[in-house]
Design a binder for this molecule. Structure first.
Ligand code: OSB
Ligand code: MG
Length: 385
């Protein structure tokens, strides 16, 4: 395998209009924001990564501006001039920086893309080369769609119908107290057989166990993160009272966390967001743990641009990812995205992997510059560089 020498790292803070907002139990952001990382090596090759984030510390504790600060002031200086044989060296290089997983993941993702390109491999094959034999990626990944809280049940039902017509075979709905049982009942009345799951984004407490148990008859694939964003233990108490499998999202930040959750019985399924756990190196450890314990796994999303989505899709193509991932077609998110070509949903609810090396999609420099200007116009007082 070829190694690379890191010459320069540039950051692009962007804002992109969303085709459809995603209202969760903690609200909706009016546009998609991200820190895009561009790594250049000593031979002029370029790798791209994305710190998928929100502008507010509402999903996790990081924001666009914390990621910018950590990346610019700590991570980049540790990398420039380094020779790297594999992106799996990055966690060791960054070990003096605690937390800040989304920031670290953006940089690591750019290195994964760069090294895959230097070795003329698709990112999915490059991931597989870091696993034992028998994990060759598929050429596509099974996906679903995540739909936000709507103004009325009628609108929610209409939107689900549209997404089913698009070809999505798994629907995830956001819930919050007051938008849960009645919603599940209405959705099941209209769509008795669809693959359905609910995501609470930490909107409930253990005192709501009785109410959550009333969701059991609706044959849900899973309920995602019902309890606190930083809780594992109480989820284990809740799981003993629910037939519906609990899937953890917000509270799992590492393979270590997931091992603890499994030991406690705090969840049966993991929503693995590579950015939440600090990058693809840690994601591979979690993947191996899930394979070893035969626990269901899928890849989550943060409304990524084509850069983050192509990388997540490449990971979702690994055979140990067993459930539909939150990686939807480009037209669910942006018109246009900052990359080409767009991801188009196939009739079998799959997205095809790009054929080219690395992430396999091309960043459109003009659209990137436009998205950076949009960020600046929305955030005139935010310090950038
Ligand atoms: O909880 O899974 C979540 C998006 C932003 C923050 C949190 C979540 C989500 C999603 C979107 O559900 C999934 C996607 O990218 O399509
Ligand atoms: Mg979630």
């Amino acid at each position: 395998m070829k190694s690379v020498i890191i010459q320069e790292i540039k950051l692009h803070v962007i804002a992109l209009p969303l085709v459809e907002l995603l209202k969760t139990s903690f609200g909706a952001e009016p546009y998609k924001a991200a820190v895009i990382v561009e790594v250049v090596d000593s031979e002029g090759r370029v790798g791209w990564g994305e710190s998928a984030l929100k502008t507010k510390p509402s999903y996790g504790s990081e924001t666009i501006l914390t990621a910018l600060h950590i990346t610019r002031d700590f991570l980049i200086p540790m990398l420039v001039g380094q020779r790297l044989d594999s992106p799996t060296q990055i966690p060791e290089l960054f070990k003096s920086v605690r937390g800040n997983h989304h920031a670290r993941a953006g940089v690591e993702a750019a290195i994964w893309d760069l090294l895959a390109k230097a070795n003329d491999m698709r990112l999915a094959d490059y991931f597989a080369s870091h696993l034992s034999r028998g994990h060759a990626p598929r050429d596509s990944a099974l996906v679903g769609v995540s739909i936000g809280i709507q103004e009325s049940l009628d609108e929610q039902i209409a939107l689900i119908q549209r997404r089913l017509d698009d070809g999505y075979q798994r629907i995830k709905l956001k819930i919050a107290p007051g938008w849960d049982l009645e919603l599940a009942r209405a959705v099941r009345r209209h769509f008795p057989d669809i693959m359905l799951m609910l995501d609470a984004n930490s909107a409930y407490s253990l005192a709501d166990a009785d109410k959550l148990r009333h969701l059991d008859p609706f044959d849900l694939l899973m309920i995602e993160q019902p309890l606190a964003y930083d809780d594992i233990y109480e989820h284990s108490l809740l799981q003993t009272q629910l037939r519906t499998p609990i899937c953890l999202d917000e509270s799992i930040h590492s393979a270590h966390d997931w091992r603890i959750a499994l030991e406690l019985g705090a969840g049966k399924i993991l929503n693995l967001k590579p950015t939440r756990v600090g990058g693809f190196s840690e994601s591979l450890k979690i993947y191996e743990l899930c394979v070893e314990r035969a626990t269901p796994l899928w890849i989550g999303g943060m409304l990524e641009t084509g850069i983050g989505r192509a990388a997540n899709l490449s990971f979702a193509a690994l055979p140990g990812v067993t459930l539909p991932s939150d990686i939807s077609a480009t037209d669910r998110y942006f018109d246009p995205d900052i990359t080409e070509p767009p991801f188009v949903l196939r009739a079998d609810s799959n997205l095809k992997l790009p054929a080219g090396a690395g992430i396999g999609v091309e960043v459109q420099r003009d659209r990137l510059a436009e998205a950076e200007a949009r960020w600046r116009s929305h955030n005139p007082y935010a310090p950038l560089f």
